[in-house]
Design a protein around this ligand. Structure first.
Ligand SMILES: Cc1cc2nc3c(=O)[nH]c(=O)nc-3n(C[C@H](O)[C@H](O)[C@H](O)COP(=O)(O)OP(=O)(O)OC[C@H]3O[C@@H](n4cnc5c(N)ncnc54)[C@H](O)[C@@H]3O)c2cc1C
Ligand code: SF4
Length: 282
């Protein structure tokens, strides 16, 4: 089984700017790429998942550094980022759009680029597609149940959420840290995630996630010529600090293990759904 899809090379990296690292989820790679893009003119608008007051995710077109920073960090719930793509081009007048999304959203954007039905004038304005690793996601009410009922923190008080070391972590604005075992969050997952085979956003220009790298660093796959050119521009501008992926722990072995386990487990679920006559997305 091919765990990662095609890529040119992988590295471990983090943003050099402390302010970006403080606001971001992991190494701040998405925000650093977006900010570099906006400041250098490589991008003129980027699509983010902004935070609502009750920690919901709101897709938004960001055109300033402040907007990118205020939307940094992971929301473990659906954020239909593709829904504002047309608006970036037609309402904001952007010519060089940066996009970030989960692997399923990256698949959708690639499909849209090939068959742009209803997206006239949009495909040639997409300058960078960034994908984030994803094992599973939660509908908003599922996330709310985990955070409010299991962790005892109100949604409006959430500062950050994270997944790591077998647990789901909730950090409140007032300094509380609560956890729940990841296995106890499974009942709240989106059912569609159980037939999803892509862990590392295999169709992105650049994919990134925390797994494989030490805390505060990100694992990155540079996949396409466009992704490589953008990565080189970031490296030359000094906006990211880089380590050889073979020199970091736990390294690509763990990413491979997780990517393969997603494909194996969800492959079984796909076979089961097919057998009982349920439809599959692809
Ligand atoms: C549902 C989900 C599951 C994930 N599972 C894993 C995993 O199993 N292993 C792993 O290594 N990484 C996982 N990640 C990715 C990880 O949490 C970070 O998003 C990633 O490492 C990027 O961190 P960063 O510091 O570079 O990004 P930041 O600089 O913090 O930027 C993150 C960007 O992503 C956008 N964003 C936030 N939430 C969403 C969302 N729900 N949908 C679309 N865009 C969003 C933000 O607006 C921001 O622009 C997951 C992310 C999500 C959303
Ligand atoms: S697991 Fe797959 S379907 Fe679910 S949010 Fe992640 S990429 Fe999308």
């Amino acid at each position: 089984m091919d765990p990662f899809g095609s890529y040119k090379f992988a590295i471990s990296a983090r943003a050099t700017d402390n302010q970006i690292r403080k606001k971001s989820q992991d190494g701040g790679i998405v925000s650093a790429a977006y900010i570099h893009g906006l400041e250098s003119g490589l991008l003129d608008g980027v699509i983010v998942a902004d935070k609502g007051e009750d920690f919901c995710a709101i897709p938004k077109v960001a055109t300033t550094v402040d907007e990118v920073l205020s939307a940094a960090g992971t929301k473990y719930t659906t954020s239909p980022n593709l829904s504002v793509l047309k608006s970036a081009v037609r309402e904001y007048g952007c010519d060089k759009v940066g996009f970030v999304g989960t692997p399923c959203q990256v698949q959708s954007i690639r499909k849209m680029l090939k068959y742009p039905i209803g997206y006239r004038h949009v495909p040639d304005k997409i300058a960078l597609v960034m994908g984030i690793f994803c094992m599973e996601n939660f509908p908003y009410n599922g996330l709310k149940t985990i955070i409010e009922e299991h962790c005892g923190i109100k949604m409006e008080d959430v500062a950050k959420t994270d997944i790591g070391k077998g647990k789901f972590w909730v950090y409140s604005k007032w300094g509380d840290v609560k956890t729940i075992k990841l296995k106890d969050t499974h009942p709240y997952e989106q059912h569609a995630c159980h037939v999803c085979m892509d862990y590392t956003a295999e169709l992105a220009d650049i994919s990134t996630g925390s797994v494989g790298s030490p805390d505060g660093w990100s694992t990155i796959f540079i996949r396409t010529a466009k992704g490589e050119a953008f990565y080189k521009a970031m490296e030359e501008a000094g906006v990211i600090e880089i380590k050889n992926i073979d020199d970091v722990k736990p390294g690509l072995g763990l990413v491979e293990k997780l990517a393969n386990s997603k494909k194996e487990n969800n492959g079984k679920e796909r076979a089961h759904r097919k057998e009982i006559g349920l439809p599959l997305p692809y």
